[in-house]
Ligand binder design. Structure first.
Ligand code: ADP
Ligand code: TPW
Ligand code: MG
Length: 576
């Protein structure tokens, strides 16, 4: 037990308090890193946590700290911990908590809060807010601990809720008074809970496995779609064995890229539209039929009738958008193992008519792209710049890749091949801007590997101040800002001719590299692919915090990258 006080009336006893009980409970459960922003009532808590050996990383804004915690959860399968002050700090962290829940990442947002008695009577306490009530609809579970002796149980519940079943965000409300509450140290020790088997295996029903294999066997043109749930599950060898034993072409969703290498002979990434349209049986593994897969219907899926097999830990996910003829509910490791078992040694691989048609299409598309990636234009276009970064990742497959933006995101996803699981982390289910720097920090801290961030200039701006955090902790992060003077393009004009620029346009010729220099990091202005290549390689070799301002032709991008079709259309502006 960390704290020793010793006075009592007459008899001496060892005491502890809320501060130390929380620290001990975190450590007992292997939660050794906190991402947060200090202030009342958690400043001393952060200091004490650091003193007790927890790594406490202070950010410039809670949202970035929260995104860091969320992706730490994804990368480690343990809840990432974000710590914030009350009301405004809590609210700043809440976007990330909702993001974690939406993306099925385990995370715990711990916020200090004001005194219950004052909050509940709405008497205007310092940073007063009923945080628990506000957090509830945005997370998987929300708890408040009022008494020191409940800290152990409170954290245990939070951990279990975050990681078991479908992972998600959990809110833990700790009122200021709790931290200073004193109790007998021995009783305190006994009150702590080391969570046993926090995410128990969930075995699929044998019938569901048989049904799935019958459907797969009947397929003429099968397809496997791997989602970030499959990457999260860390059942990499089993997933690879399933794909290879079945011989079925696979399509990785954005963050599942690299679960099997994008260069794998069965990878259909570069034949995406063909396999979606032409396949007859689709096996989803840890991927939802949400907007990112056009809800499993409509033009993108073509006219051929489809049968869906879905493997997911969340039973309610089945039939969410279209009928799932073979639902397999369980954790991916167990489900895939059971499928492999059922397939046995004599499974007939997917027909070569189908697989060679897919391969042909893929190779054509790759060949079409190749020359564009080799241009050395200045200012750069996306293909020239990304061609260079693609080679760098091929040469450094262990590096973490962070990616956000619109064109910068969609084109990087398509162009930059990934080779290893959980190396690509990006905007996720919401297509959210602002994850960049938090993800860079957590990726560096949790994996110890160098990080390359490919950032739209707008996307970068959402968390840009965290370059100071990156410099402060001297993290091996190389940020490439694709500077095209704005959102989607830097070429829009104000139709009124007034003094304001168009809403999508930024200051022309900005030098984001100088932001990094301000904090002692390396800043480089790169105007050609050759310069970009040199600067990135240098940064990846040195491990020094680096920001490269990559000058991109402001006219090169398109509206909303690849998803311009989602923009509503005005009849009036069309008529004009
Ligand atoms: P993507 O965006 O890559 O398509 P989604 O986030 O839509 O992926 O889907 C991930 C799915 O994976 C979720 O439905 C989630 O319930 C599921 N999932 C997460 N972890 C596991 C696991 N360990 N076992 C089974 N399913 C999981
Ligand atoms: C939290 C809306 C989607 S993409 C984007 C915005 C603002 C920026 C695109 O410009 P960028 O990339 O990054 O410069 P590029 O290469 O196309 O020029 N607020 C949030 N999330 C989203 N998705 C938006 C706004 C958006
Ligand atoms: Mg831009």
């Amino acid at each position: 037990m960390s704290a020793v006080h010793s006075i009592d009336t007459g008899t001496e006893q060892e005491l502890t308090d809320g501060f130390h009980l929380i620290i001990d409970a975190l450590k007992l459960n292997g939660l050794n890193t906190i991402y947060g922003v200090p202030g009342i009532p958690i400043t001393d808590f952060g200091r004490m946590a650091q003193a007790e050996g927890i790594r406490v990383l202070s950010f410039r804004h809670e949202q970035a700290a929260g995104y860091a915690a969320s992706i730490a959860g994804y990368l480690t399968k343990k809840p990432g911990v974000c710590l914030t002050v009350s009301a405004p700090g809590f609210l700043n962290g809440l976007t990330a908590l909702a993001h974690a829940t939406t993306n099925c990442f385990p995370m715990i947002l711990i916020s200090g809060s004001s005194e219950r008695e004052i909050v509940d009577l709405q008497q205007g306490d310092y940073e007063e807010m009923d945080q628990l009530a506000i957090a509830k609809p945005l997370c998987k579970a929300a708890y408040r601990v009022l008494h020191a002796q409940d800290i152990g149980i409170g954290l245990a519940r939070a951990i279990r809720s975050a990681v078991s079943g479908r992972p998600g965000g959990v809110y833990l409300d700790l009122p200021a008074k709790l931290f200073g509450q004193v109790m007998n140290a021995d009783a305190g020790r006994k009150s702590l809970v080391k969570v046993i088997d926090a995410a128990p295996a969930q075995l699929p029903a044998p019938d569901s496995i048989k049904r799935a294999l019958d459907v797969l066997k009947s397929a003429k043109k099968p397809l496997i779609i791997l989602g970030k749930g499959a990457a999260y599950a860390q059942a990499d060898d089993a997933v690879k064995a399933l794909v290879e034993t079945s011989g079925v072409p696979f399509l990785p969703m954005s963050m599942a890229k690299g679960l099997l290498p994008d260069t794998h002979p069965q990878c259909a990434g570069a034949a995406r539209s063909t396999v979606l349209k032409d396949s007859d049986v689709v096996m989803l593994i840890g991927a939802r039929l949400n907007w990112l897969l056009s809800h499993g219907k409509g033009k993108a899926w073509g006219d051929a009738p489809k049968k869906f097999i879905q493997i997911d830990i969340e039973p309610k996910e089945m039939d969410s958008n279209v009928e799932i003829v073979a639902p397999v509910v369980g954790d991916i490791g167990s489900c895939v193992a059971a499928l492999l078992d059922g397939m046995g040694k004599s499974w007939t691989k997917a027909s070569s008519d189908w697989t060679s048609a897919v391969t042909k299409k893929r190779d054509e598309n790759v060949a079409k792209m190749a020359p564009k990636l080799m241009n050395n234009n200045s200012p750069m276009d996306y293909h020239g710049a990304l061609g260079v970064l693609r080679t760098i990742i091929a040469e450094r497959p262990d590096a973490m890749l962070v990616n956000e933006g619109a064109n910068t995101l969609d084109l990087a996803r398509g162009i930059v091949d990934m080779y290893k699981p959980r190396k690509r982390i990006d905007v996720g289910t919401w297509g959210i801007m602002g994850i960049g720097m938090g993800y860079c920090i957590a990726a560096a801290v949790e994996t110890g590997k160098p990080v390359l961030a490919i950032e739209g200039d707008s996307a970068f701006g959402f968390s840009g101040m965290e370059v100071e955090t990156i410099c402060r902790y001297n993290l091996p992060v190389c940020i490439v800002v694709f500077n095209n003077d704005g959102i989607y393009r830097g070429t829009d004009v104000n139709p009124t001719g007034g003094p304001d620029v168009a809403p999508t346009v930024f200051v022309k010729g900005s030098r984001y590299d100088m932001m990094m220099q301000a904090f002692g990091g390396v800043g480089v202005n790169a105007t050609s692919p050759d310069e970009l290549k040199r600067a990135v390689n240098e940064a990846m070799d040195s491990g020094k915090p680096t920001l490269i301002n990559a000058v991109i032709d402001p006219a090169a991008g398109s509206e909303s990258g690849r998803i311009g079709n989602l923009n509503p259309q005005s009849v009036l502006s069309k008529k004009k």
